[in-house]
Ligand binder design. Sequence first.
Ligand SMILES: *Cc1c(COP(=O)(O)O)cnc(C)c1O
Length: 396
Amino acid sequence: MLSFNYKCSQCDTVYEISPELMLCPDCSCRHKPGQPLSGVLEVELKGTLTSSNPLEFLPVEAEFFPTIPVGNTPLWHPQNLVQKHGFPELYFKDDGVNPTGSLKDRASFLVAAFARKHAVREVVVASTGNAGSSMAGVGAAAGLKVKLVLPKTAPPAKMIQALQYGADVVLAEKNYDQAFALSLEYSRTRGGMNRNTAYNPMTIEGKKTVAIEIFNQLAADSAAGKAPDHVFVGVGDGVIISGIYKGFRDLLQLGRISKIPTIHAVQASGSAAIFRAMESGTFDGQAASTVADSISVDVPSNGLLALKNLRAHNGRCLTVTDDEILSAQQELSSNCGLFSEPAAATAYAGFLKQKSTLDSSEICVVLLTGNGLKDIASAAKKIVMPENAINSLDEI
Ligand SMILES: *Cc1c(COP(=O)(O)O)cnc(C)c1O
């Protein structure tokens, strides 16, 4: 049996898990405007576990899980790309097939279960995209009210997805920072659980299930499990990579694996705050701009923990251009029938850039975090639309 508590990722203070506690009270006081969150809490587990079921690694009991099939996504092993690159152990984890089309559902699922466990009826989230539509969909299945605070410039497709799931959408006049502040004020003064990414510790913890699934799926005998050598991940706020590290760290702690895989944090060159901080040690707040909107972030909310994890486990950080992202997206679709959104294809662009430095016999997993149909405008930049309609085949 496992037991769980929170631990501050900066000062290591241990806290009991509670729905009122989001950041370490001490470290969060030292937060400076324009910087990543301070005092992000991680869930720490104790005890032993024989099961390999990822849901049993979570700090909320199964009776509170909403009945929506999040996770358990396929691990592809597409022979065309395996042969093209000469990497017999190249795999793609397709999290774009989650119910709302992105890996964010793993976080929303655990936040929803956590809210239900503590009889919280409403969840509040500020988001520019997938996190909001994910919470709206998973929240609908969990019977929760979802309040979404979006900057008024948010992409209409993601707003429509959230409204379709029945979320209450409030528009912030200025930008994402304002939406973030308003959502915090709302949950503080009017109630509801806040699901802002990294701020709510369950967002990191929920995302770890993808690492445990990969471990289970790579073994021919799933009771055994097998760790990959490399995992490629598109990075914006740094929550997904921190969740992946957490999943592999849990597996290491429980004696299932003997080393943490090399994680490759892939950023768009126009949104590379973590890449720059890996070198300089500081977050400069530079305005981000990339075709991969889901990883376009000026100040990564989980930047400090992402950096700490990458440094502690010899992770690599690299950037790819928008053109490399769109080419990788197209290569993936046209070679194996996987249509991923640009932020997800970023991970594959990272593999393409790194592969000459890797041993081709190693196990490489590319994490595809979102579905391509979420953002058709970006994919349209690389394809040629048919122009003229015909009346007879002679005109072809
Ligand atoms: C959120 C998101 C990411 C990046 O996750 P971070 O935790 O912000 O680093 C990557 N791809 C997709 C599709 C996403 O929605």
